[in-house]
Design a protein around this ligand. Sequence first.
Ligand SMILES: N[C@@H](CCC(=O)N[C@@H](CS)C(=O)NCC(=O)O)C(=O)O
Length: 257
Amino acid sequence: MDYLSVEEARVRPGLRLVLTRDGPGPWSEAAKGFFDLKRLPFAAVEQVAGQEDPALLDWTGQTSAPAAALDDERAVSQLIDILLLAEHLAPEPRLLPSDPHEQVTVLGLFHELSGRDGFGWSRRLMMLEGNLARQPEGPGRDQTLHFCAKYGYSPEAARRAPSRVIQILKQLSARLERQREAGRSYLVGDSVSAADVLWATFAVLIDPLPQEVCPMSRGLRRLYTVTDPEILEALGPTLLAHRDFVYREHLRLPLDF
Ligand SMILES: N[C@@H](CCC(=O)N[C@@H](CS)C(=O)NCC(=O)O)C(=O)O
């Protein structure tokens, strides 16, 4: 993927998407997925993980990825706001179902997967905890401490994280099972929704797609891959099969970042 710098992107018209470079960051991959699924072209803007870019702060009011900006409108950086922007620009295919009950379900799963104390958040706390336990003093540990401060780490929060991950996986898996029994292929309703895009992209934090379609450094792959048997049991085979189905039918492979 070609990236603009923040300075270049800021003065351009059109849709610009700030994305984490050089890895399948799930929040960034989900945002790309929304726009790709709707066939909305965007210019990619570089965010380097761990860099507190003052130009990005000045433009978007924060320093994480993703963020989205349309023309000279105020940039948005919460994933839900990025989804709403995509829905606004291209209402079809809908990623938020029109049925109100289904819509509430998608929004709940959206938060469970990507929000504070959700699946991605909790997996990140687990990774930070692992890094803290094994990294010696030095730049790597400094980076970890930076992320700990930025993303809500405390020993208690890290201790709670695996049970949140298991709870969310069990919930998703049971839902998918019920949907299958009703002859449906998606997490909610009978078509692809933001919940499916989120699950497919956030599953990287347990079991990244193979290297051929998701080229990652060995260190990042090891960090993302879960070996805890309780979490793997909660994951089961159905959720990964669903991740593969969503990528095959609706998202872009190989991943490009
Ligand atoms: N603002 C996003 C969360 C984005 C987020 O957590 N981004 C992380 C992904 S690990 C990030 O950019 N980390 C790298 C950094 O902060 O430099 C949301 O709440 O929807």
